[in-house]
Design a protein around this ligand. Structure first.
Ligand SMILES: Cc1cc2nc3c(=O)[nH]c(=O)nc-3n(C[C@H](O)[C@H](O)[C@H](O)COP(=O)(O)OP(=O)(O)OC[C@H]3O[C@@H](n4cnc5c(N)ncnc54)[C@H](O)[C@@H]3O)c2cc1C
Length: 280
């Protein structure tokens, strides 16, 4: 019975999970496609009468009892705000990267992998996402290099075992990408070995960057207490440093960034909002 609206700038609800081929760790819905999971969540919300606005929040005014949520198309005045703007991929920040995005540089193997059938690709990173991407790409690419700046991976051991058993995957240890080369498309990578200082060229058709995520902080930057990386500091009930403002999902400080923890945060935040409004 709260007068609430969810503001979503994307064309479809679901956030990052929309780009995931398969989700195997959401309880009760085994082996569900990421897009389907997003749709299921949205349909459930729709069936309960939740209101959605397709709009982009451009500014938040959070001081005072009535907050203003300024969007491209409308301005909302509200007593409480739940920030759930999520996160996005961290760029490598090397020459050639920005210029060749969409022309061989990708941040999503499951979205773009099919474009590299029978081609040579590289994955940069050493966590679960990087390993998952390399395994996924190995099924369609002729060869997959995994470039990691250390001499061991950070990702789950079970995934590592699977990766090391793949005949068309080659590990490039202790190495970083210095430059992504190519005129109109990716043609190769300039890499250097951090231990020996040696530089070399790797001929690839595509590079998948999986070096972590950053919070989507543009709308709240400077308005709330955050950690050094910009994630919103929030307690278990979702409360932030500003009264009436709560944070849920990948955008907040937490141990594990997954759908199930984002959903749990959402449940906590809604309960906190109800309690906050009742106490006002
Ligand atoms: C490749 C990949 C694979 C993954 N695989 C799994 C998996 O198998 N299992 C799992 O549990 N998790 C997985 N995750 C993690 C999971 O997707 C995230 O933890 C989860 O999506 C976080 O949800 P969220 O709602 O907090 O943020 P997000 O999913 O990032 O959603 C944030 C939403 O806010 C919207 N938004 C942002 N800024 C604005 C604005 N200014 N105005 C309006 N709307 C805005 C965005 O459009 C987006 O829809 C994966 C992530 C990736 C990238």
């Amino acid at each position: 019975m709260l007068d609430a609206v969810t503001i979503e700038k994307g064309l479809a609800s679901g956030g990052q999970i929309l780009n995931t081929e398969q989700v195997d760790n959401y309880p009760g819905i085994p082996a569900v496609g990421g897009f389907d999971l997003g749709m299921k969540l949205r349909e459930h919300a729709d069936s309960l009468g939740a209101a959605f606005a397709e709009d982009e929040v451009v500014r938040l005014e959070l001081a005072g009892d009535v907050k203003r949520v300024v969007c491209r198309e409308a301005v909302y005045e509200t007593r409480t705000v739940i920030i759930a703007t999520g996160a996005h991929h961290r760029p490598l920040g090397v020459p050639g990267e920005e210029r060749l995005v969409g022309a061989g540089v990708s941040y999503c193997a499951t979205c773009d992998g099919a474009f590299f059938r029978n081609k040579v690709t590289a994955v940069v990173g050493g966590g679960d996402v990087a390993i998952g991407d390399a395994i996924f790409l190995s099924r369609m690419c002729k060869k997959v290099y995994v470039i990691h700046r250390r001499d061991e991976l950070r990702g789950a051991k079970s995934l590592q075992e699977k990766l090391f058993g793949l005949p068309n995957v080659e590990m490039v240890w202790d190495s970083v990408v210095d430059e992504i080369r190519g005129d109109s498309r990716v043609e190769g990578l300039k890499i250097s070995n951090k231990k020996t200082g040696e530089t070399s060229e790797l001929s690839v058709d595509g590079v998948f960057i999986a070096v972590g995520i950053m919070p989507e902080k543009d709308v709240y930057d400077g308005l709330l207490k955050t950690d050094a990386a910009g994630y919103i500091e929030a307690s278990e009930d979702g409360a932030t440093s500003v009264k009436g403002v709560f944070a849920a999902g990948d955008v907040r400080t937490k141990q594990l960034r997954q759908v199930i923890t984002a959903v749990s945060d959402g449940a906590n935040c809604i309960t906190s909002v109800e309690r906050y409004l009742a106490e006002q």
